[in-house]
Design a protein around this ligand. Sequence first.
Ligand code: ZN
Length: 531
Amino acid sequence: MRVVPTALGDVAFRFLKPLRAIAIIAAHVTQASSVLFGRERLKSLCRVASIFSLSAGLVLYTSLGFAQRGVQPSDSYSPQLTSDIKQLRDAALKSGYAWDQLAHLTNNIGPRPAGSAQANFAAQYVADELRKLGLDVHLEKVIVPHWVRGEETAALVDFPGMTPGTTQKVLLTALGGSVATPPQGITAEVVVVNDFDELAALDREKVAGKIVLFNVKFDKQLAALGHGGSAYGQAVVYRGIGASAAAKQGAIASLIRSVGGADYRLPHTGAMRYQQDVPKIPAGAVSAEDAEMIAYLAKQGRVRLHMVLTPQQQPDVESFNVVADLKGSERPDQVVIVSGHLDSWDLGTGAIDDGAGVATAMQVANLIKQIGLHPRRTIRVIAWMNEEFGLSGGRAYAAAHKDDVANHFAAIESDLGAGHPAGVSMSAPDANLPLVRPATQVLQPIGSGLLQTSEGTEADIGPLLSLGVPCFGPIQDDRYYFNYHHTAADTLDKVVPRELQENAAVIAVLAYSLANLPKDLERPAARPATP
Ligand SMILES: [Zn+2]
């Protein structure tokens, strides 16, 4: 997920009027979110960045061109470097290594929620695999929360036109961090609202003692246009802070319409957070289809729902970031990070979110070793722990390496699935574009030649961006990502082998180019870390 767009270039704005309104809405939502729900800010802001950055990139490189931007022409790479990255690109497109690693992480190890035995086992597995490649591997301790899903069932028990003596099943899932209902569940009337304003306009007695359902639609049309992340950003704030908003008005449970575009009656989980001074009430997500049904029935009359959610917040657990160095030949002290997050949600097996990111990062090291290349700077593969539930790994790493941040030459993360990559996104000053452009030119023949700038970056490397480290990532096709994101259907089959290879090609070419740049990158200004 991409993080923190704060300001956008004037150029982008001038050419993006139709998109501007969407962005302003999303920015508004994310600002509101950041006040009450710091971590969620990362999740929701990310999509805003992508809509701008993709469009901005297109504008900059197709409409305006370099000359009008006043950007220098590309710095050419040495014939050797150009040849090396072409070799990496071609090898990535032939290799099954990333796929095999992803298959193992998802099918053999399975779901890897933070704090679980599988998450830690996966860390050991990735460490062992990277040792096999000859990397210098260690585990860095990360303390993670351990929230465990329990029973989750619901049914409509009273609604207009119901057949006497029957109920109607509702598909729901607990949101990460939710407290439990009593073991026998709760039964209450459902109050359906379409947004926070509608809720706020209701008298307290209309809400008190009831279950609030935020029926906020995920904009499937926007997602279909290639702006899945922006659609996500618009709706995810209700997942983050909806429960506390409902509890403030006396609700006894909170439900959201799932944040995602699926048509298969799948509930989508994801993190939520309670506001400190408000009672904690159970929080779940119903499938979009069930939200529609409840809203329909509620217009006809009283709808009562029985729901049981029995998750448990268990004691924090010691876990790990996997950190593996492929030492640089000339500047081993300087590191280029390639990364993905190893934890997943528990409903699926975490293939698109984010086993794919870990597998492609591992592939970078594998390809470099396979071809026998020697990067000038160190390439550091990192499998982050617990992006989903508080960004523990990304934060712990930034804190532990704070004094060494100047030696962090660049950081790359992939965390938006494995859809076809259109190119490379850079979160760093524009002055660096000519240095990166030769790498994207090598990617152009595989349809990945776009180079864009973005204010934000993926979540785990966000803390490094805050410390002034140039950050990068592939620009993935996210049209379908949110159909499966955080659901039971996030499984290996959702990844297209060829597209995984293309992602590996982009990341390998980018990482190796950065590790061999003849000069330093201009660094982004340090900024306050996201809370
Ligand atoms: Zn993710």
